[in-house]
Design a protein around this ligand. Structure first.
Ligand code: NAD
Ligand code: IPM
Ligand code: MN
Length: 358
């Protein structure tokens, strides 16, 4: 789906905190090379949002900035948010979860693909076995922030976070997963839930799944409880094409899945709503211990850039970026989390050079 109506595409870059700035800089360099190679016009506008600004000015995502992001961009390209100096990660909550919720980006699409055979810790599994996508519900569940505390700081303290599932919210993410499968010629959709415990919220997921899957008789569908899904991802990843799941379980399963193909340094994601501008960010966070040392792996952010271009409709450029990362990995051009010796900037430059060389 292509939300952009005309070129140049306007991309809002929010580098954010910690390694976010470093990986965003490397990835924008790659995107600029891809734009030159493929005749795309990408107009990048950098936004100073994150912990520094929050600590300096006390603001996270001011309304005029939110409205600008909402109204004037084809996509948002975000590094990471999170800083140990900010109590409760208030700024990250406002910016990251705020954008997901307020822009109603209900699909968190997290592809999982093995780009080099040596990167999986699973014995005997190949690139054919490790190629699936997680459709994580992104606007409801345990992430709604509904709840509160009572008698805080006393022995009688009560703390509540409510899990919200709506008929509309559940149906649209399940339908998106089936549509994705059908559109890509994928054969299998698996829902991961805990309807055995969360009888109300995930009872609804079960009922909606049964209804929606009846409309897609061409696609094999099954459900697994989320705990078993975690186990099955390790035992038989080849059994999955599309996994659809709730917000919190999607968060957990996507980190597990990332490690099956080399770790968070290689895991891209997009927060999208067909027809709207999306928010693209790596699955990883701001990795404070790595920040400022030029050691973070920029490939997750670079692959996120590829995912963004594909979403915008520049499929060939997106595919070329993924291929350049694949070739860089094959040549051992990687950061130290993958056993390489390159720094963030050099790893980004290695991908850029491959794209520029055609
Ligand atoms: P993290 O993803 O930052 O780090 C987890 C582990 O993975 C660490 O060992 C880290 O060194 C490693 N890692 C992550 N990205 C890497 C990369 N690109 N290259 C090499 N190694 C990498 O998760 P965390 O430590 O739990 O969280 C740190 C902060 O980031 C917290 O404030 C958290 O809330 C935030 N966070 C933000 C996002 C986001 O902005 N989308 C996502 C996850 C966590
Ligand atoms: C992710 C992150 C976020 C989430 C945090 C930082 C709020 O872990 O994008 O996976 O839980 O969604
Ligand atoms: Mn996460």
């Amino acid at each position: 789906m292509n939300p952009a109506t005309q070129r140049p595409w306007r991309i809002a870059v929010i580098p954010g905190d910690g390694i976010g700035t470093e990986v965003a800089t490397a990835a924008v360099g790659v995107l600029e090379a891809a734009a030159r190679a493929f005749g795309l016009e990408l107009d990048f506008v950098w936004f100073d949002l994150g912990a520094e600004k929050y600590l300096r000015e006390g603001v996270s995502l001011p309304d005029p900035v939110f409205e600008d992001l909402r109204d004037h961009y084809d996509a948002i390209f975000l590094g990471a948010l999170g800083d140990p100096r900010v109590p409760g990660q208030r700024h990250a909550h406002d910016i990251l979860l705020g954008l997901r919720m307020r822009l109603d980006l209900y699909i968190n699409q997290r592809p999982v693909k093995l780009l080099h055979p040596d990167l999986t810790p699973l014995k005997g599994k190949t690139a054919q076995d490790l190629d699936f996508v997680i459709f994580r519900e992104n606007t409801e569940g345990l992430y709604v922030g509904v709840g509160g505390t009572f008698k805080q700081g006393t022995p009688d303290e009560i703390a509540i976070n409510e899990m919200i599932s709506t008929r509309r919210g559940v149906e649209r993410i399940i339908r998106a997963a089936f549509e994705h499968a059908r559109g890509r010629g994928l054969k299998r959709v698996c829902m991961a839930d805990k309807a055995n415990v969360l009888t109300h919220a995930h009872g609804l997921w079960q009922r909606v799944f049964k209804e929606v899957r009846a409309e897609y008789p061409d696609i094999e569908s099954r459900h697994l409880y989320a705990d078993v899904a975690a186990m099955e991802l390790v035992r038989a990843p080849e059994d999955f094409d599309v996994i659809v799941t709730s917000n919190m379980f999607g968060d957990l399963l996507s980190d597990l899945a990332a490690q099956l193909v080399g770790g968070l340094g290689l895991a891209p994601s997009g927060n999208v709503h067909p027809g709207k501008a999306g928010l693209f960010e790596p699955v990883h966070g701001s990795a404070p211990p790595l920040a400022g040392q030029d050691v973070a792996n920029p490939f997750a952010m670079i692959l996120t850039g590829a995912q963004m271009l594909e979403w915008l409709g520049a499929e060939a450029a997106g595919a070329a970026i993924e291929e350049a990362v694949r070739q860089a990995l094959a040549a051992g051009e990687a950061t130290r989390d993958l056993g390489g010796t390159l720094g963030t900037r050099a790893a980004g430059a290695a991908v850029t050079a491959r794209i520029s060389a055609g």
